[in-house]
Design a protein around this ligand. Structure first.
Ligand code: MCA
Length: 511
């Protein structure tokens, strides 16, 4: 039976297609009719260029309404949408091209020469461009094409999107999300968070990750209403726009920055009904300070690239700081011990989830996929958690070595692998340290060789900047004669976190 996420969205578009869908920061308004027409033209062009159902469509562009229409075009084609962070460098992009083998790449005009060459070297047959202002060859070459493209007859389990999430081994893996994974989760969120016909979302997230692309944008598309669309998060502009919005979704850094803005008052939040936080743990002090300042209790929820959303604090009911709430309707969660045996309420162990939202596996990594599922279909999240007697989940740690910086996942192994290639470095250990803005910040501790030129902090940072996205680059690099190890010879990163804990704490007296 046909099941295409675009059909679900389109069936819920306003009957009057001239209704506004996107309003940009410079007051350009795009209607649902334009979303339908542009996504059809883009789908037609990409189809003519050979993109078939199941083909991967790599997209590395700045946030724009046209980028939203491109995502819709990918769904209409039955293609597999592969959104890529604009901060990714050549070394990272080469991995995505060789692993995902996309049929086409849409990139920024300024990246066309270099990224286009990289893509063509990996047999990407079609390269088109799109800039943040809605110009490029994607626009020019689709102009005038028909505006009623027949949406592909995909099945529920056909893959709609491939999102890469790094792994502890250092090489990112593609998470395969089906049309049904997404449609089931978005319908659940739309219901659970009480979306209504008057809602206006303030969209301040990037479009190349789950939070901004599915959770935020997906709920608006299901709702058929307008969103105020920030191309990049600007806290002044956000505070100015809040009086015209009713829903905001952000990572904790967004909330920390809103709180640091003197213009954030109860008055500017007078039309707001819901503030959602996720992608990283929300500090309890942020939760309470925000409630104090605005009168709004932030609703914290929890998800993963592999599952979209799993748990959420309730819309109507107690939202408890430091928890991510109970599992969403239709989703099961349990806490298990190292053997997979379920533990009692209140015990800490591995969080496992099961539901229609759980992905189809990692792209061309059947073994790694099998290792992350139990025999009864529960997915092992890698988060350490406990569930209290009321069913509220608290994430208490991570079984895997991972840093969440400003809402982005950073895997130390990926950074260590680059640092260890710098001449003069003997070994390195990358840890996340508490950071007032990003929550956690990436920091490296390096042991240098004696005999060869000893690289400086700046040289090591420059080397990582060359190969990895900016948010993965260590904010600081410290040097040591010896890395602390346990009796098994494993680097004790907890000791390093303690030794350098105060690196980013505001000096006394500076608030
Ligand atoms: C920017 N910088 C960062 C980060 N962002 N450093 C560490 N961590 C970050 N997250 C650095 C840049 O490298 C640059 O440094 C400097 O900050 C300014 O860059 P700019 O782009 O202007 O940054 P910003 O505007 O301050 O961005 C901060 C931000 C952004 C708005 C919080 O990080 C952001 O949009 N985060 C959201 C990520 C997200 O969408 N996460 C959801 C993933 P330099 O000049 O030295 O280069 S999906 C997910 O996690 C699951 C599924 C879920 O549950 O949602």
């Amino acid at each position: 039976m046909k099941h295409n996420l675009f059909d679900l969205f389109q069936n819920r578009f306003p009957a009057d297609r001239s209704e506004p869908f996107i309003e940009t920061g410079d007051s350009r308004v795009y209607t649902y009719a334009e979303a339908e027409q542009a996504s059809s033209r883009f789908a037609r062009l990409l189809g003519d260029r050979g993109v078939q159902p199941g083909d991967r469509l790599a997209v590395q562009v700045d946030k724009s309404p046209e980028a939203v229409f491109l995502h819709l075009a990918s769904l209409r084609l039955g293609a597999v949408y592969l959104p890529l962070n604009t901060a990714y460098r050549d070394a990272e992009m080469t991995h995505f091209f060789t692993d995902a083998e996309p049929k086409a790449l849409i990139c920024r005009p300024e990246d066309e020469a270099e990224r286009g060459a990289l893509a063509r070297a990996s047999d990407v047959s079609c390269v088109l461009t799109l800039n943040g202002g809605g110009e490029g060859t994607l626009i020019a070459e689709s102009r005038g094409l028909d505006a009623d493209y027949p949406t592909a007859e995909t099945d529920a389990d056909d893959i709609a999107a491939l999102l890469y999430t790094s792994g502890t081994t250092g090489r990112p893996k593609g998470a395969m999300l089906s049309h049904h994974n997404l449609s089931s989760n978005l319908l659940t969120l739309h219901e659970a968070w009480g979306w209504n016909s008057t809602d206006v979302l303030l969209h301040a997230l990037p479009l190349f990750h789950t939070h901004g692309l599915f959770v935020a944008l997906g709920c608006v598309l299901l709702n058929g209403t307008r969103m105020l669309f920030q191309s990049n998060f600007d806290v002044d502009e956000a505070v100015r726009l809040l009086p015209r919005a009713s829903v905001f979704m952000g990572v904790p850094t967004h909330y920390v920055r809103l709180l640091s803005h003197s213009g954030l008052t109860r008055d500017v939040c007078r039309t707001m009904r819901l503030f959602v936080s996720g992608s990283a743990p929300l500090m309890e002090e942020t939760f309470h300070a925000f409630a104090e300042r605005t009168g709004h209790t932030i609703l914290e929820r929890c998800g993963m690239t592999e599952t979209c959303m799993n748990m959420s604090n309730p819309l109507d009911g107690e939202r408890i700081a430091g928890t991510v709430g109970p599992p969403l309707p239709g989703i099961e969660a349990r806490i298990t011990d190292s053997e997979g045996k379920e533990l009692d309420a209140g015990d800490t162990g591995m969080l496992e989830v099961r539901g229609p939202n759980v992905f189809k596996g990692y792209w061309r990594q059947a073994e790694k996929t099998a290792a992350e599922f139990r025999g009864d279909g529960f997915f092992i999240t890698g988060d350490l958690a406990r569930i209290d007697k009321r069913g509220y989940v608290s994430i208490v740690g991570r079984a895997k070595d991972m840093i969440i910086s400003g809402g982005y996942n950073v895997y130390p192994k990926e950074v260590e692998m680059v640092i260890d290639t710098v001449e003069g470095v003997a070994e390195s250990a990358v840890v996340g340290l508490t950071h007032p803005d990003f929550g956690e910040a990436v920091v490296a501790v390096v042991r240098r060789r004696e005999e060869i030129g000893r690289p400086s902090e700046e040289e090591i940072i420059a080397a990582v900047k060359q190969d990895l996205a900016n948010y993965k680059v260590p904010k600081r690099v410290f040097f040591t004669e010896e890395l602390p190890r346990n009796s098994m010879g494993k680097v004790q990163k907890n000791v390093l976190r303690e030794n350098f804990a105060d690196t980013f704490s505001a000096p006394p007296g500076n608030t």
